[in-house]
Write a protein that binds this ligand. Structure first.
Ligand SMILES: [Zn+2]
Length: 83
């Protein structure tokens, strides 16, 4: 993943990749995620997932979906804008 200089501060309106101009596709990458799923074994031997839990232990980054530029500075903005 390439390192790009991203202007500091909060973007106004839509975010745009400073490297390639992409404003459509972004990829969130969570590292060191522990996923726990509890299963119940049924009488016929099949299993049913009962409850699940995932815990992110590492950094969560945001990358441009076109050129893989690191745009993690916009991650909080994306989290706030998911509806
Ligand atoms: Zn890009």
């Amino acid at each position: 993943m390439k390192k790009v200089q991203v202007p500091a501060g909060r973007p106004l309106g839509r975010i745009v990749c400073p490297n390639c101009g992409n404003d459509r596709e972004f990829v969130e990458v969570a590292r060191n995620v522990v996923v726990t799923t509890r299963y119940v074994q049924n009488d016929d031997g099949s299993f049913t997932p009962d409850e699940g839990d995932s815990e992110v232990l590492g950094k969560v980054g945001l990358y441009c979906g076109q050129c893989d530029a690191d745009v993690s500075i916009y991650h909080n903005h994306v989290m706030e804008m998911i509806f």
